[in-house]
Structures are given as structure tokens and as C-alpha cells.
Design a protein around this ligand. Structure first.
Ligand code: NAP
Length: 288
């Protein structure tokens, strides 16, 4: 598994496993155990996913040494602010069964994220977090944060897939030394991504699946990917992307699929801001 080097020298696997919407905690535990067994070492959860305990239980039962893992979680809007973020960090660590995080992320550019960033900076300097970063920060928010901190975010986790490619933003992240990480690398299959004719033809030419081409395209752009699946054979398939390469012409063909706008989340849209704030009021989690 290739690694990328973050702006503070920490090495991060270029591919990991995401657990958003795996709300049945037994299923989440089993999926994470399967993923670890298959060789995934980066795990991506969030307090808002309400499955950190299942991720922690899976890590414990897997027997994989903690230091081999790259464990990411995120603080949600209700956890923004200096004091609240410190408490949220302790709560997440307890649920995950760890005393440090590899990556702690601000989940949304909303609420008091400057207070949160101060708390995260202190935890980072105290050695409790190996790298700190953000999610869903559009260029103006990211640059503003960079002007107001001694610690530039190590990562910006963004919606990044063939239908929303954000080439200009990737160039800006490179300029600031921030590692892009793709959430929803398949756009959860929206807009027929898995049967798209351009992607399917490229897949056929390589004897690979469309899913593998989608992931390979993003890693060839230098992006970290965290696909989610609860199916073992798909987890395995999603890992088998390191033995082939897309040509420049194929990368160009995929570039032509860009729709140039978010397909999943637009934090500038008032309806969606209301939706993300409401997310925690509608839990569908089943117990462990
Ligand atoms: P995704 O990875 O784009 O898509 C997951 C969907 O694709 C699932 O329905 C899965 O089905 C299916 N799938 C997976 N591998 C496949 C394959 N090889 N062939 C066909 N179908 C396949 O969506 P996501 O879970 O939303 O995003 C990935 C991770 O990013 C999340 O789990 C989470 O950790 C993170 N995330 C972060 C944010 C943020 O705001 N920071 C937002 C969203 C997500 P099955 O499970 O049924 O196999």
C-alpha cells in the first residue's frame, strides 16, 4: 500500500476504509474486521456516524497492533468550540478504545471551528493527535484558516469523484501543502457511475472493474481514497488497484466527465446546511 507524506512528515496510507451510513453496529464491526483482515490500515469514521464504538471493538478483536493503524475521526458542528472539541476528542478516543488519533478532522466549515482548531492544535502539540485537518473547506475558508493559524491543516477531505473533480481546488491545496482526501469516491453510485460507458470501456481495456478505474483515477491525481463497502469481495476489489495504471489519454477521457458542481453536499446551500445540522436528530443506529 503506497503512503503519502503529510505536511508534518507523518505518513498516511493512500487508501483506507470508510464507514459512513454503516449504522447497524454489528455490521459495522464485522465490516471493519473484514477490512483489516484484507489489509486496510486507514479507517475513517466520525462522531456523527455514531459507530465509533463498533470501530473500536473491531480494532480490538482484530488483533492488529494500534501503531499499524491510521485512525481518523471527525468532530461535528455540535462539537465545535475550544472546550467542546476537547471534550469531543476524549469522547471519541474512549469509544474508539485509543488514547491518540492519527488524524482528527473538523467535519464541516460551520459553527465555531476556529475554537475547535485551537483545541486541536493544543492536542496536536501535546502529542495526542498525529495530524489535524478539515473536511469540506472551500478555498476561501481554507485560505482564511491558513492565514490565522501556525498549523496549516494536513488534510482537506472533500467530495471528489469523476463527476466532481475540483482540479482548481487540488492545485490550491498543493500550493498550501494540504493533502486532498476523497470522500464518496464513487459518489455512492449516483448518476449511474458504475455503468458509465466511458469508465466501463476503460475498465474493459484493463480487465478491471469500473469501480477500480474510478479509484485508480483519483490516486493517480495524488488523492487519498476511502471507499466504503460492507461486502468483502468489493472491499478486496477496491484494494486491487495498485497493479495497473491509466494512460494520459484515459485520464483525459475521465476529465471530460466532470459536471463541475457538487453531487452530494453543497455547504453553500442553505437547505443543505439545515440538513447537516439536522442529521444528529434522526439517528438510525442499531445497538452493538
Ligand atoms: P462511496 O464510497 O462513494 O460509495 C459507497 C457505495 O458504493 C456503497 O453503496 C457500496 O455498496 C458501493 N460500493 C463500494 N464498492 C463497490 C464496488 N467495488 N462495486 C460496486 N459498488 C460498490 O460513499 P461514502 O461511503 O459516502 O464515502 C466513503 C467514505 O467517505 C465514507 O464511508 C466516510 O468515511 C467518508 N465520508 C466523509 C464525508 C465528509 O463530510 N467528510 C462525507 C461522506 C463520506 P456496499 O456497501 O453495499 O458494498
Amino acid at each position: 500500500m503506497p503512503f503519502v507524506t503529510l505536511n508534518n512528515g507523518v505518513k498516511m496510507p493512500q487508501e483506507g476504509f470508510g464507514v459512513f451510513q454503516v449504522t447497524d453496529l454489528e455490521q459495522c464491526k464485522q465490516a471493519v474486521k473484514d477490512a483489516l483482515n484484507l489489509g486496510y490500515r486507514l479507517l475513517d469514521t466520525a462522531s456523527s456516524y455514531q459507530n465509533e464504538e463498533a470501530v473500536g471493538a473491531a480494532i480490538k478483536e482484530s488483533g492488529v497492533p494500534r501503531q499499524e493503524l491510521f485512525l481518523t475521526t471527525k468532530a461535528y458542528m455540535q462539537e465545535m468550540g475550544y472546550e467542546k472539541t476537547k471534550e469531543a476528542f476524549d469522547r471519541s478516543c474512549k469509544k474508539l478504545g485509543t488514547d491518540y488519533l492519527d488524524l482528527y478532522l473538523i467535519h464541516m466549515p460551520l459553527a465555531d471551528y476556529y475554537g475547535a482548531w485551537r483545541a486541536m492544535t493544543e492536542l496536536y502539540q501535546a502529542g495526542r493527535i498525529r495530524a489535524i485537518g478539515v473536511c469540506n473547506f472551500l478555498p476561501d475558508r481554507l485560505v482564511d484558516l491558513c492565514f490565522n493559524t501556525d498549523i496549516v491543516p494536513a488534510v482537506n477531505q472533500l467530495e471528489l469523484h469523476p463527476f466532481y473533480q475540483r482540479a482548481d481546488e487540488l492545485a490550491l491545496l498543493k500550493e498550501y501543502g494540504v493533502q486532498p482526501e476523497a470522500w464518496a469516491p464513487f459518489a455512492e453510485g449516483m448518476n449511474g457511475m458504475f455503468t458509465n460507458p466511458v469508465l466501463s470501456a476503460i475498465a474493459e481495456a484493463h480487465g478491471k472493474t469500473t469501480a477500480q478505474v474510478i479509484l485508480r483515477w483519483n490516486v493517480q491525481r495524488g488523492v487519498v481514497i476511502i471507499p466504503k463497502s460492507v461486502h468483502k469481495e468489493r472491499m478486496q476489489q477496491n484494494l486491487a488497484i495498485w497493479d495497473f495504471a491509466l494512460t494520459d489519454a484515459e485520464m483525459q477521457q475521465i476529465a471530460s466527465l466532470d459536471l463541475g458542481r457538487p453531487q452530494m453536499l453543497d455547504t453553500r446551500n442553505v437547505k443543505e446546511v439545515r440538513r447537516v445540522y439536522d442529521y444528529l436528530n434522526n439517528p438510525v443506529v442499531t445497538s452493538l
